[in-house]
Design a protein around this ligand. Structure first.
Ligand code: F6P
Length: 366
């Protein structure tokens, strides 16, 4: 065997379906193909800083491929470069990255695979800049990482949201109601767009296309004139009214991105009910989109990403992230992947196709 004897893995940021499948694929390929030892840090970067870890062997990872969550635990608030500590009885944020790096060295780890979204990959890149052999794996239900066609977990979230829309259809129709489904996605509308199209929504509201309430009302009324007495609206948590602002639910100060969005669905419901005099109900899908088993697409993608991450590590491609580009898994610099958020292009053929079948994005002129 070459240079690699031991590698570490961690899962950072919000969890998502497919994490266990990636852990399994990295561990199996590292052990079976390269006879390495694999260590898993617990609760994301928290475990790296505090030296909390477990040994991952073939027994530990047996049967986890189809299970949701992460056997390692995750955290979206333990940035080693901005880590909570106490000074004179007060909480202060300090840089403990050297402690994290010496933990890696003490464990004799030759490299670290970070499975995470933009926040975790940003930290991974900073560790790389400090000399750590890092490889990233793109995780997030939001699908907002550029330089990859798709992140694992996204398609499972879409599947969950789409099924929710199917279910809302039948009850909306029975009661002649407007049903609003609020989905996640942060500053990108990917989940809303895909789920809205596949779930037959009549209005899709995404951050990339600011909406006008009049336009939504018109769509609902237009349907009513055509004897369609119910309407389904899917709204991304980051959707904004033209000239308005995103609705923030809470702040998590220790998090890489402290803003937690949420609440737009309820705001819209109040406005719609008032303006069209039709009962309007809201379902906030929330973390149901992150829980549960990955669908087969994500199991396959996670496996490919995991094996590719082991290979990238062995090939010395540090500071890179594995990425799906067309039919192939390639590696790209982490810096490129986190430089800009991947957002829905309002001029894309997918948006045009949705419009062509009568779906409103809430931006049409009256
Ligand atoms: O980034 C994944 C995500 O699920 C977003 O879609 C959502 O805005 C956020 O995380 C929720 O984070 P938390 O788990 O802190 O509520």
């Amino acid at each position: 065997m070459g240079k690699f004897n031991r590698i570490g893995i961690l899962t950072g940021g919000g969890d998502c379906p497919g994490l266990n499948s990636v852990i399994r694929a990295i561990t199996k390929s590292a052990i079976n193909k390269y006879d390495m030892e694999v260590v898993g840090f617990l609760d994301g970067f928290h475990g790296l800083v505090e030296g909390n870890y477990i040994h991952l062997d073939l027994k530990t990872i047996s049967g986890i491929g189809y299970r949701g969550g992460t056997i390692l635990g995750s955290s979206n608030r333990d940035d080693p470069f901005n880590y909570p500590s106490s000074k004179d009885g007060k909480e202060v944020m300090i840089d403990v990255s050297d402690r994290a790096i010496s933990n890696l060295q003490d464990l004799g780890l030759d490299g670290l695979i970070v499975i995470g979204g933009d926040g975790s990959l940003h930290i991974a890149d900073q560790l790389y800049e400090k000399g750590v052999a890092v490889v990233g794996v793109p995780k997030t239900i939001d699908n907002d990482l550029s330089a990859t066609d798709v992140t694992f977990g996204f398609n499972t979230a879409v599947d969950t949201a789409s099924e929710a829309l199917d279910r809302l259809h039948t009850t909306a129709e029975s009661h002649h109601r407007v049903m609003i489904l609020e989905v996640m996605g942060r500053y990108a509308g990917w989940i809303a767009l895909h789920a809205g199209i596949s779930g037959g929504a009549h209005v899709i509201l995404i951050p990339e296309i600011p909406y006008k309430i009049e336009s939504i009302i018109n769509q609902v009324k237009r349907r009513q004139w055509h004897d369609k007495k119910y309407s389904i609206i899917v709204v991304a948590e980051g959707a904004v009214a033209l000239g308005g602002e995103m609705v923030v639910q809470k702040l998590v100060p220790q998090s890489h991105d402290p803003i937690r969005l949420g609440g737009i669905g309820n705001q819209l419901a109040l406005q719609i009910e008032k303006l069209v005099k039709t009962e309007t109900r809201v379902t906030v899908l929330g973390h149901l989109q992150r829980g549960g088993s990955p669908i087969p697409y994500d199991r396959v993608l996670s496996l490919r990403y995991g094996v590719a991450a082991t290979e990238a590590m062995v090939a010395g491609q540090y500071g890179t992230m594995v990425s799906l580009q067309g039919p192939r898994i390639v590696t790209v610099p982490i810096k490129e992947a986190i430089k800009i958020l991947k957002k829905v292009d309002p001029g894309s053929d997918m948006v045009a196709a949705a419009r062509a079948v009568g779906i409103s994005f809430g931006d049409e002129d009256q």
